[in-house]
Design a protein around this ligand. Sequence first.
Ligand code: GAL
Length: 416
Amino acid sequence: MNIKTTLLTLSLSLSSSMALAAGQVEVLHWWTSGGEAKSVAVLKKMLEEQGYQWKDFAVAGGGGDNAMTVLKARAVSGNPPAAAQIKGPSIQEWGELGFLANIDDVAKANHWNDVLPAVVSNVMKYQGHYVAVPVNVHRVNWLWANKAIFDKLNLKVPTTMDEFFTVADKIKAAGYIPLAHGGQPWQDATVFEAIALDVLGSEDYRKAFVDLDMDVLGGDKMVKVFELFRKVHSYIDKNAPGRDWNIATSMVINGKAAMQIMGDWAKGEFTAAGKVPGKDYICAPTPGTSNQFTYNIDSFAFFKIKNKADQKAQDALAATILTPEFQQIFNLNKGSIPVRLDADMSKFDACAVRSMKDFKATAKSGDLVPSMAHGMSTTSYAQGAIYDVVTFFFNTPNADPKQTTEMLKKAVKAAL
Ligand code: GAL
């Protein structure tokens, strides 16, 4: 072996042992659409720049249902990843099972209690200790509209459900699909909860989906929610079943469909396609909910692992996620807003600026509510029961709204 090869071999083995010493994090997530993949790539890059290794564990499937199934299987076999995208009350469920690692040291060193709103930091703690880190705040009650179609037909984006139906009729008559939708339980639930927010109002929405109050779940207003939900179904196309949410978004982007009801990760798709709000598309709160905000906060929970170097990598990942730099680049791509209260919003578009303004205002007015469809409001068991009834109803043309409301009550009761 000559000197050059010896040096090369030495430096190669040194760099691989250094990399090993610096540790690795395996990260489970479901961010595989165009906008999502671009966003998560930022995190990978920032971690690798610090010398750590990122082992990607992406499980495709919007809303994360597939990812959660895979995560459970890995955890049960005693081999969970170092970090996983886990949100809302599910963090408590994983905490109770004893899987999660305490990251208080990172939180303390980076003053998380000061930079995060309490509505967020409380969810990240299990028994008072940080076990997860929040990434962003998504608003779910958004309507996305193709501006060219609305301009051509001389229509205004609907602000009430009545206006929605009037506008949708005109769009249909002009040969476009009024509402782009993907028939998957979490997407059905996303539309359902938007209608529920309007019809029930914030207080009863909370009673239904946070408190699981049987009177509201089985009440007359809920019957009305199902009636409107049924009517909305007639404005989606026949190919909706099974369609991914980002394909539905692309139908709005390409002018095949006029509107989509979806959280602002849809904006990540518009952004990735080079589209600009106000010019190519319009973002507006879903009909009847302009002063309300359904939130969906993405977060990563950390699993207990033994290897010291990997624990350091875990800490680095946690710290990186809440840096102002990451919060800015990631959320610009993702369509969400930063979770830090002190975030600089000067680079964000009009939809994000409105989202931040409404997030702060609704936190004061009591109209900031957790998304049921995105696992923010209740246990995964109750959420699953609601999903079942909602999806059954949406796909069963002759299902009766009143009977379904009763069914909803019973299904939730059984999941308690
Ligand atoms: C949500 C998640 C978002 C978005 C969406 C579609 O549950 O919170 O970040 O990615 O699913 O995959």
